[in-house]
Design a protein around this ligand. Structure first.
Ligand code: AMO
Length: 439
């Protein structure tokens, strides 16, 4: 088959901008063949571009023979360009169709395709992810990432307005920060290094210079738990604020969630409709429950957890039913939290760490930090970590470390809430888990 060149053709309109008012006007549109309907002398080609779909109508007697012949060769997913006239057509999507004068085929596709791009035949998640670029041709799947884009715009706008500055910290590091999760080693010249699990230590250090910082970036955890909410690479939205306590940054977090929900609800109507999802903008402040209150609630549900222990997933599921929205869990036992979380001044068994929950899923965790070097060294030792590995971090505590607090919010988990999607792999373009390293 002859493949055409783009040449001097440039798009005049996106599909979404072609309205009945353009009736009679010549346009150039580009995109991919989403569907072909052949009714003998009449062929409908549904072209999809980044903003929507458009019907190209090829009537044997009304279109030049060359275009009719070429249109017969089209298959799903061919990349094409069409120059033609806009015609008002009540029954066509958007009330218009294009009657082509010229058709260019830029690229063909292998048939049969591994997925039904119309989505009529449902495919398993692994089949979809194996052909992810094709899977992402579906408007519903694109909608997820347009919502993510809008959410990120809202996050950046909100935090910048609140006086936070965006920073980038290293992904290649020498020591662990998040106790529980394992590290990925990296061969770093002659030494061993690791992929960062979080920007924790660096964002704390930067609170000493910039006072209010935020970072949005990928982090890595060698997660062996194969769940619908864990990946080995995930994007985290992190903040750190000097001269602040846990309550201060919880306020920032709930206001941020409120703003993001509102922004996405207002600006992604089409995407939410495609996904059949409705966002209810949450009222703030969110409910705050202490760890002890949570244990009591669980006890009432006949689930016993010893004070100091982590809350297992099954128990979180029960909590999600009792609190089917956003809520904070505060006052965690110090020993259940990372070494950098500040113990309560009056009762050091309790910490100033918190989690933000949505139903049964943890969206974010954070807290006030230890800014006293001696205490930090003591906590490292208590958690069996060597102060030697944290030497350069500990040194920064000799330069006037302010009291500070912050949190990390898992972007994909937030996007799951915003889209109603249940598996984290669907809200990440190219997810990485224990079993998936491609595409
Ligand atoms: P934590 O380990 O709780 O805290 O992580 C913060 C948030 O990041 C998300 N998250 C994940 N998302 C997908 N896959 C994973 N494997 C994964 N692990 C974590 C969750 C979680 O709530 N340094 C602290 C934050 C802080 O105190 O500022 C931290 O990393 O949504």
């Amino acid at each position: 088959m002859k493949i055409d060149k783009l040449g001097a053709w440039r798009r005049s309109h996106y599909s979404a901008d072609i309205s009945p008012e353009l009736d009679g006007q010549e346009v150039i549109v580009f995109g991919w063949v989403q569907e072909i309907r052949d009714l003998g002398g009449l062929r409908f080609v549904i072209l999809q571009d980044k903003n929507g779909q458009l019907q190209i109508t090829i009537h044997k007697n009304k279109v030049v023979a060359e275009v009719v012949e070429k249109a017969k060769t089209l298959q799903k997913q061919y990349s094409i360009g069409v120059k033609g006239k806009v015609k008002t057509m009540k029954n066509a999507p958007g009330g218009v169709e294009i009657v082509p004068n010229e058709l260019r085929i830029f690229s063909v596709s292998e048939q049969p395709l591994p997925l039904d791009i119309t989505g009529r035949t449902k495919a398993e998640i692994d089949v979809r992810l194996d052909a992810r670029v094709l899977d992402l041709r579906r408007e519903e799947n694109q909608a997820i990432f347009r919502i993510q884009h809008a959410a990120l715009q809202a996050v950046r706008a909100f935090l910048s307005k609140q006086g936070f500055m965006e920073v980038f910290t290293p992904r290649i590091i020498v020591s662990a920060t998040e106790g529980g999760a394992a590290l990925f080693p990296v061969a770093y010249f002659t030494r061993e290094a690791f992929l960062a699990q979080s920007p924790q230590l660096y964002k704390e250090q930067l609170s000493l210079d910039f006072e209010k910082v935020f970072e949005i970036g990928p982090f890595f955890r060698a997660e062996e738990s194969h769940t619908r909410r864990h990946l080995s690479e995930f994007i985290s939205v992190d903040i750190e604020q000097a001269f602040a306590n846990a309550e201060d940054v919880m306020n920032v977090l709930e206001e941020l969630i409120h703003d993001v929900c509102k922004y996405v609800a207002d600006n992604c109507k089409r995407e939410l409709e495609l996904l059949g999802h409705k966002i209810v903008v949450p009222e703030i402040p969110f409910k705050r429950l202490t760890y002890r209150e949570i244990l009591e609630e669980l006890e009432n549900e006949k689930i016993h957890i010893n004070w100091g222990e982590d809350i297992p997933t099954a128990a979180y599921r029960v909590l999600g039913k009792l609190h089917p929205y956003y809520y904070f869990i505060t006052d965690w036992p110090t020993k259940a939290k990372a070494f950098y979380i500040k113990p309560n001044d009056d009762n050091p068994e309790l910490s100033e760490g918190f989690d933000l929950m949505w139903h049964w899923v943890e969206l974010s965790s954070g807290g006030a930090r230890i800014h006293d070097k001696e205490l930090l060294m003591k906590r490292l030792a208590e958690q069996g970590l060597s102060t030697e590995s944290f030497k350069t971090h500990l040194a920064t505590f000799d330069y006037g470390m302010p009291p500070h607090a912050g949190w990390g919010l898992g972007l994909a988990r937030m996007v799951m809430v915003l889209t109603g999607v249940k598996n984290i792999r669907e809200v990440v373009l190219f997810p990485r888990d224990q079993f998936r390293l491609t595409p």
